[in-house]
Design a binder for this molecule. Structure first.
Ligand code: TAP
Length: 492
């Protein structure tokens, strides 16, 4: 099929953008190189997308430098107004964006409609409103002096995002950076560039001046690495694997870039013996199987008190088996394919790892056949591990794959929960208020959900500790990440 036919068959009316977005215009890569983005439902090519190289990053940085003086000094409320208009445009184009995201990533269309698109709009709206409310302070210093602080933008910001939530992550990264007056060079993942390019187009429509945002699909090892190294980029914000995060820290040392990292996780989801079991079963399925488990905050370690483990699994396993897999563009689909064939192989590889460690496969563990055989599908997988020290209980699988562990006491639960190097999302289910707050306090994690899992909101700080990275997205914390403080002394 030709690109236009693919777009039409996916219900898209707007042509799919497939060039780099630099200085307010769509342009080919200097090298002329392109890479096909594939539909994970059947591994057929959607379109060839331009692939940025170093020369394109340099062009984008130059455009951002030209745009920075005016953008950073524009009245904050005017910057905010552009973000608010963008949020309106996202809502006006919601169905198109949802379809584009589902086509490129495999997200079930019901999730793209209900979650990805509204959350993207909400994030741009939140920070649009924040732009003129984030302010400095006056500080009571010694007599004869007035001291105040200015919150200034960092400058040109590099942003590298992964393939699991490409649309939503454009807003998490760009909205606070823009509200604070920074200019951006962003690299989406090479396998999911389409919704980011459409957002760039909508930004221009919303009135964002040329050069303020530059969108460069490209390879991580080339464009991403060069963004991390670039001497004129003042900060890099990255979401992805811990291994790449480490590479970014090393690459950014040359000009002492400010670094913000949102990395992997191995979320403990603890079900105590006094939990509302029905709520915990449903919430735990959501915690791991939403977006095919491709979420850094997924509740991928299901920790059950041994008194309720059998009863819990007797409900959880049939629920996992009942999840409807299918074409992401089909309204009835509850779980789509993983985002790439390579990733499907990686996830399935963990079935062998777990079985080799003495694990017990309770559900799934394979790709479905039939109509879905050509796609990147993996059945919802439930695996009981022998020990919390096993690889399957320590390493991020990043798929519809939950590792089941049991515990006997609160102390043992905490030992298991805090027994990985990660510290991102975590959850617990109990009716005991005191226990809930104590466990929340003791969890080594950036986020804790009590009797719930995986809630996010643009106002609530999001990020991790330990090998899950540092810095926070969302809320006032994100504005702090994208500004630097200047202290001004006035002799009065
Ligand atoms: P990463 O390699 O971390 O990719 C994330 C982003 O970083 C992509 O845009 C990637 O570009 C880019 N990148 C790769 N190498 C880079 C470098 N040297 N310098 C700068 N940027 C670079 O993740 P992945 O390979 O896609 O996935 C591997 C595993 O990482 C997953 O299985 C999962 O465990 C984890 N992961 C975690 C998250 C979150 S939200 N924490 C998200 C994705 C993956 P290209 O994609 O174009 O190479």
């Amino acid at each position: 099929m030709k690109p236009n036919d693919i777009a039409a068959s996916a219900g898209l009316r707007t042509p799919i953008r497939r060039q780099l977005f630099i200085d307010g215009r769509f342009v080919d890569a200097e090298s002329g190189e392109t890479l096909a983005t594939l539909n994970p439902h059947d591994n057929t090519p959607i379109v060839d997308v331009a692939l940025a190289g170093k020369a394109d990053v340099d062009k984008a940085v130059a455009a951002a430098k030209r745009a920075f003086p005016k953008w950073s000094r524009m009245a904050a409320a005017d910057r905010g107004r552009i973000l608010l208009k963008l949020a309106d445009l996202i809502e006006a184009n919601a169905e198109e964006l949802a379809r584009l995201e589902s086509l490129d990533t495999g997200h079930p269309i019901r999730d793209s409609r209900r979650l990805d698109v509204p959350r993207t709009a909400a994030c741009f709206r939140y920070f649009g409103g924040m732009a003129d409310k984030f302010q400095g302070e006056t500080i009571p210093v010694e007599e004869g002096f007035l001291n105040y602080t200015l919150r200034e933008p960092v400058g040109i910001v590099g942003q590298v995002v992964p393939w699991n939530f490409p649309l939503m992550f454009t807003s998490w990264k760009m909205a606070p950076a823009l509200a604070a007056g920074n200019c951006i060079v962003m690299k989406p993942a090479e396998i999911t560039p389409l919704s980011s390019l459409r957002i760039a187009e909508l930004m221009a429509e919303a009135g964002l001046p040329p050069g303020v945002v530059n969108m460069l699909p490209g390879l991580g090892s080339v464009a991403g690495q060069y963004i991390a190294e670039h001497p004129e980029i003042a900060k890099i914000a990255f979401t992805g694997s811990t291994a790449t995060g480490r590479r970014i820290v090393q690459a950014s040392a040359g000009n002492l870039k400010k670094v913000q990292l949102e990395l992997g996780g191995k979320g403990p989801n603890i079900v105590f013996e006094d939990a509302n079991l029905q709520a915990a079963v449903n919430g735990s399925a959501w915690a791991i199987f939403h977006n095919q488990g491709q979420a850094c905050i997924a509740g991928s370690r299901l920790m059950l008190h041994e008194k309720i483990a059998d009863e819990f699994l007797a409900q959880f396993i049939p629920l996992a088996k009942s999840i409807r897999l299918g074409n992401p563009l089909d309204d009835a689909t509850e779980m789509g394919p993983l985002t790439s064939a390579q990733h499907r192989e990686r996830v399935l590889g963990y079935v062998d790892v777990a079985l080799g460690e003495g694990g017990e496969l309770l559900a799934g563990g394979r790709s479905p056949g039939g109509d879905l055989a050509e796609g990147c599908y993996v059945e919802p997988t439930v695996m009981r591990a022998k020990s919390y020290k096993d690889r399957v209980a320590q390493e991020e699988v990043f798929g519809p794959f939950v590792t089941v562990l049991t515990f006997k006491s609160d102390e043992e639960a905490m030992q298991i929960a805090n027994g990985t190097d990660y510290g991102l999302g975590s959850g617990l289910w109990t009716r005991d208020l005191q226990r809930a707050h104590k466990v929340a306090r003791d969890l080594h994690a950036g986020m804790v959900w009590i009797n719930s899992y995986k809630r996010v909101n643009p106002g609530s700080p999001f990020g991790g500790v330990g090998q899950s990275g540092y810095g926070r997205e969302m809320g006032f914390d994100a504005m702090r990440e994208y500004t630097q403080v200047k202290s001004v002394w006035v002799n009065v």
